[in-house]
Design a protein around this ligand. Structure first.
Ligand code: GLU
Length: 555
């Protein structure tokens, strides 16, 4: 009578190493007490989803704040779903957000002692483990065809029993070793299944770092651990990898909670200590049409792909801060106290993890980014802006490069002060707001029509602008300039006080804000500019006069 050992040898004749060898090859890490080893383990199925960025960020942060290790593992065992080349894209995209792994898969080469970090290159390691499971009688070949499994499902549905491959329904589990060997020798294709000893009527208590203790049904499913293509399934692969890569903390999406009992049973069967698990909330969004919450969808929501934030020019710090607000309920209060703070000083904790608050809120991201951009000094703002413009807006990039100093002065209006102005949410907001500084753009706007207040007659505008030209004084402080602007308005029938005007509107053409708006429109071609005093000083006397002449000629 053949033994499990014979079966294991028949299935894996070329596997000679043992788990013991692997333990030696990948020893425990020598890290200080409390240091966490975390990982981000995406499948290369396309692009970096915002939810994945969130997951990666959490793993990264826990490793960093505990002086541990964060690594990147490419989970490419589902070759049908794989989109070639996207593994490297993921690494690059994360780098854009400042998330660079200490070790792991980096595209062309791996870095670190616990590799390979691409699951498709670890087939031998998985087979070593599975061979031992077969020897112990805890894994077996399953020859069921797709048709048989479909039929099983129909039977189970009809009988209203839990679907799956388990107990009495697990046909191949009941073959004797001799029968299994005979079928293999006949050339019947097979997968390898785990032989569960669980009973779903039993409950197990599992600890989750975020959710605390959870009572879950014991696993009784004989899940597939090795597919017919020789690669393992996620359940088994992550187990082996996290064990031999010495992960201490698994942070992953909450969709994995339901398979946690499988993982727990697998860890127990292997005789390995399971790492800590933290199942992160899935990022949701309020559906605009139905008003209901649903998962961020790459088909429906532009903000589901992290490339959106980069294309729009959100500052990385803003995106990261925003994701921290989703993660920890106390982060916003910290941010209020430390608006210019270094994020490294904030300690993320699981007990402050919001389970409910994982709702994507673009206006909130906008506010946070505004704040971040307003606190940047002119030099770094310009550097980042130029970096963004070079990739996304050529005209803007050349505008900056033509006269960087002038650009710095423009964006420095009401910046680098106690309460900086919050003009921009993202770098793509900048050019449209300041483009009027460019002479040809200004002329184009004027030719399209100047946005003067339609209640003010042309003659008044003309007189006011001629007077403005005549009396323009730039080498004065802001207060003096402001009084002269008020006086200009008064000379042309505009009240120098809003209340006075409101009391008797027919006695005036408007109030001084209306007269200033005329000047603003005439020198910029728009209704909105940064603070006019600074804008005028940057444009300079000659340019202002010639712009006003241009406007007068096109009134
Ligand atoms: N490859 C899995 C996923 O993309 C990883 C889950 C995990 O982090 O263990 O969902």
């Amino acid at each position: 009578m053949a033994t499990n050992k014979d079966l294991a040898e028949l299935i894996f004749p070329d596997i000679h190493k043992t788990i013991k060898d692997l333990e030696k090859l990948y020893p425990e890490r020598d890290l200080p007490e409390g240091a966490e080893v975390t990982r981000f383990a995406p499948s290369p199925t396309g692009f970096l989803h915002t939810g994945s960025l969130f997951t990666a960020l959490i793993a990264y942060k826990f490793a960093k704040q505990t002086k541990g290790v964060y690594f990147f593992r490419l989970e490419d065992t589902d070759q049908k779903r794989e989109v070639k080349g996207t593994g490297l894209d993921l690494v690059r995209q994360l780098k854009n957000f400042g998330i660079v792994a200490d070790e792991g898969y980096f595209g062309d080469s791996d870095k670190g002692e616990y590799g390979p970090y691409e699951q498709s290159k670890r087939a031998e390691i998985y087979k070593i483990c599975i061979k031992e499971l077969i020897k112990k009688g805890r894994a077996y070949p399953c020859f069921c065809t797709k048709e048989e499994l479909d039929e099983l499902r129909l039977v189970q549905e009809a009988n209203k029993v839990i679907p799956g491959y388990y107990g009495e329904y697990a046909k191949c589990r009941h073959y004797s070793v001799d029968e299994a060997i005979a079928l293999i020798k006949e050339g019947k294709p097979y997968v390898i299944r785990f032989k569960s000893k669980g009973n779903h009527l039993n409950h197990i208590r599992v600890h989750d770092e975020i959710r605390g203790d959870m009572d879950l049904s014991e696993n009784d499913q004989d899940i597939v651990i090795l597919k017919s293509d020789g690669l393992p399934t996620y359940h088994f692969a992550h187990l082996v990898d996290d064990h031999f890569m010495r992960t201490t903390l698994i942070t992953r999406g909450e969709e994995w909670i339901s398979s946690l009992p499988i993982h727990i049973e697998l860890f127990q069967t292997m005789g390995w200590k399971a790492p800590k698990y933290a199942h992160l909330p899935v990022i949701m969004i309020n559906d605009k049409e139905t008003g209901n919450r649903r998962k961020l969808s790459k088909r429906k929501d532009k903000e589901a792909a992290t490339s959106f934030f980069l294309e729009q020019g959100y500052p990385v710090k803003g995106v990261i801060e925003y994701l921290f607000t989703i993660a920890n309920s106390n982060f916003e209060a910290w941010l209020m106290e430390n608006p210019k703070g270094n994020l490294d000083d904030f300690r993320l904790t699981f007990d402050k993890f919001s389970l409910d608050g994982a709702l994507f809120d673009l206006p909130k991201l906008n506010n946070i980014s505004k704040e971040v951009l307003s606190h940047m000094d002119k030099k770094s703002f310009t550097d980042e802006c130029l970096h963004w413009a070079k990739e996304h807006d050529e005209a803007f990039a050349s505008f900056i490069e033509k006269d960087r100093e002038r650009f710095e002065n423009i964006i420095n209006i009401e910046r680098e002060q106690e309460k900086p102005r919050k003009d921009y949410e993202k770098y793509s907001d900048v050019f449209p707001k300041i483009r009027f500084f460019d002479r040809s753009f200004f002329e184009e706007s004027v030719l399209k029509g100047i946005p003067f207040n339609e209640h003010i007659d042309k003659k008044t505008i003309e007189d006011l602008l001629l007077d403005f030209k005549k009396t323009l004084e730039l080498d004065v402080d802001e207060e003096q300039w402001f009084s002269s602007m008020k006086a200009l308005g008064t000379r042309h029938g505009f009240a120098d006080d809003r209340k006075v005007y409101k009391k008797d509107p027919t006695a005036y053409r408007g109030w001084y804000a209306d007269s200033i708006a005329i000047v603003r429109a005439a020198i910029s071609g728009t209704t909105n500019t940064p603070k006019l005093y600074d804008t005028l000083r940057i444009l300079g006397r000659e340019e202002i006069l010639s712009r006003v002449d241009f406007v007068l000629a096109h009134l």
